[in-house]
Design a protein around this ligand. Structure first.
Ligand code: ASP
Ligand code: MG
Length: 243
C-alpha cells in the first residue's frame, strides 16, 4: 500500500480548530486507502517562546540543554493531533524522534539525520494506524535529544519519505505552492507548477524561505517527490518539486 507523508508547520496547527482542519487533509488521503505518516511542528510561536524563556536564564545555553528545551513544543502537537484523529474515529499513534528512533549526529541545534529505523512505523501502518511523528528532533547515539535547526520539520518529513520509500511527501503551507517571489508581498509573483531540485536549491541559497534547505538535498539524493500545497484549500494544485 502506498505511503504518503504529510507535513504541517506551526501556523497550520496553531490551535484546536486548525488541528481539526489538518485532520481533513489526513482523512482525505487515508480514505483513499493510503498509509499516512504525519509530521508536525510546534503550535504557532511555541518554539520562539521557548527560546525567549531560555534567554531569560542565559544568553549562552548549554547546547544539549538547549535542544532538550526547544524540542518540547512538538510533543504537544503530536499528542493533540492523535487525540483529534481518535475523536473522529481513526486510529492514530504519536511518536517523538527517539521513539522511532530517528538517529542523528551530536551536532546540537543543527543535527543531521544519519539513520531512521522504519520497523515500528511499518508495523503501525499495517495495523491501519495513522502515524504521527514529531518534526525537528532526533536522538544521538548517546541517547541525547537533538534538534535539526529552525524549520527542521521539513527535513524530518523528507527523511521519513526517503526511509519509508513513500509515494510522495506533501508539505502543507499557508500559501498554495512555491512562488518566484513572496506572494504576500508581490501580487505579480508567479507560482511554479513544477520545479526542479536544483532550482529549489538555488532559491533556498538565495534566501527564499520555502523549504528547510537541508531537506532539498535529501530529497534530491533519494528522488523524493514533494508536493507543496495550501493547508487552507481542500483541493490545492500547489507545486511539485522533483527532477
Ligand atoms: N518548531 C521548529 C521551529 O520553529 C521546527 C519547525 O517549525 O519546523 O523551528
Ligand atoms: Mg515552528
Amino acid at each position: 500500500m502506498g505511503i504518503i507523508i504529510q507535513k504541517f508547520g506551526g501556523s497550520s496547527v496553531a490551535n484546536t480548530e486548525k488541528l481539526f482542519n489538518v485532520c481533513k487533509h489526513i482523512i482525505k488521503e487515508k480514505n483513499k486507502g493510503k498509509s499516512i505518516v504525519v509530521v508536525v511542528s510546534a503550535q504557532g510561536n511555541t518554539t520562539d517562546e521557548l527560546i525567549q524563556e531560555e534567554k531569560e536564564i542565559t544568553q549562552k545555553p548549554n547546547k544539549r540543554e538547549h535542544d532538550m528545551l526547544v524540542s518540547v513544543g512538538e510533543q504537544i502537537t503530536i499528542a493533540k493531533l492523535a487525540m483529534c484523529l481518535k475523536s473522529l474515529g481513526y486510529q492514530a499513534i504519536s511518536y517523538l524522534g527517539w521513539q522511532i528512533p530517528i538517529i542523528t549526529d551530536s551536532n546540537f541545534g543543527d543535527a543531521n539525520i544519519t539513520e531512521i529505523e522504519t520497523s515500528k512505523i511499518n508495523k503501525d501502518l499495517k495495523e491501519n494506524k495513522i502515524v504521527i511523528v514529531a518534526g525537528f528532533q532526533g536522538v544521538d547515539k548517546n541517547k541525547n535529544i537533538t534538534t535539526l535547526g529552525r524549520g527542521g520539520s521539513d527535513t524530518t518529513a523528507i527523511a521519513l519519505a526517503a526511509a519509508l520509500q513513500a509515494e510522495r511527501c506533501e508539505i502543507f503551507k499557508d500559501v498554495d505552492g512555491i512562488y518566484s517571489e513572496d506572494p504576500n508581498k508581490n501580487q505579480n509573483a508567479k507560482r511554479y507548477e513544477t520545479i526542479s531540485y536544483d532550482k529549489m536549491l538555488e532559491l533556498s541559497n538565495n534566501g527564499a524561505e520555502v523549504l528547510h534547505n537541508k531537506c532539498i538535498e535529501i530529497a534530491q539524493e533519494n528522488l523524493v517527490k514533494i508536493f507543496v500545497k495550501s493547508v487552507f484549500k481542500e483541493e490545492s494544485i500547489g507545486t511539485i518539486v522533483g527532477r
